[in-house]
Ligand binder design. Structure first.
Ligand SMILES: CC(C)(COP(=O)(O)OP(=O)(O)OC[C@H]1O[C@@H](n2cnc3c(N)ncnc32)[C@H](O)[C@@H]1OP(=O)(O)O)[C@@H](O)C(=O)NCCC(=O)NCCS
Length: 170
């Protein structure tokens, strides 16, 4: 039995600023650049959880709620919210820091799925997650529903097998 980890144990925080080469014509952070930063932080978080090689299996949800202006200090925080057999859901919260007050504002969030693999790329089992805070518990509970939705959209799960999703409509 592998030792379970808390989300705190996989927490990964990357802070960096937005430079001119990383922006769109409105001088806001380019979406693809943010996706790459989130993928890096989430990948490190998944590795910390399972201590294996991990690959991005899917990007399940990304909300670009707020533009991130040139020069912003951006913090990307990733934590494994739930682990299944070989896959892990990683939740990413993105914050912008105000230059004068130092206060952090939530800018974006995303949910990625990583799969642990062996040296030949074959999926391999990962430890469980034990959520601690209220938010971690909420994210843990909803993760199975998101997994089923992602598999359904990918054509890897049949509608009648998506029990958690069906329960939403009953
Ligand atoms: C990710 C990958 C290992 C999955 O392989 P697979 O043949 O689908 O393997 P399986 O069917 O055994 O699935 C493995 C796990 O991934 C999960 N999974 C697969 N596709 C998924 C999707 N679209 N969304 C969510 N989870 C998914 C499965 O549910 C399973 O989870 P579980 O073991 O925790 O129940 C494989 O597709 C791969 O190597 N992809 C390329 C990864 C990569 O290079 N990423 C970088 C992109 S540039």
């Amino acid at each position: 039995m592998m030792k379970a980890n808390t989300p705190k144990q996989s927490r990964t925080i990357m802070t960096d600023m937005v430079l001119p080469g990383e922006t769109n014509p409105l001088n806001n952070l380019f979406g693809g650049e943010l996706l790459a930063r989130m993928d890096r932080a989430a990948s490190i978080s998944a590795r910390r959880h399972c201590r294996r090689i991990v690959v991005t299996a899917s990007v399940n949800h990304v909300a670009f709620n707020r533009a991130v202006p040139l020069g912003s200090v951006v913090t990307v925080e990733a934590k494994v919210s739930r682990a299944f057999k070989t896959s892990m859901e990683v939740f990413i919260d993105v914050w912008i820091e105000d230059r004068e007050s130092g206060a952090r504002t939530k800018a974006n969030e995303a949910i990625y799925t990583f799969v642990a693999v062996d040296e030949t790329g074959r999926p391999i089992a990962v430890p469980e997650v034990i959520p601690e805070t209220k938010l971690e518990k909420e994210r843990f509970d909803a993760a199975l529903r998101r997994k089923q939705l992602s598999l359904l959209l990918a054509g890897k799960l049949k509608p009648h097998e998506a029990t958690e999703l069906k329960a939403l409509f009953d």
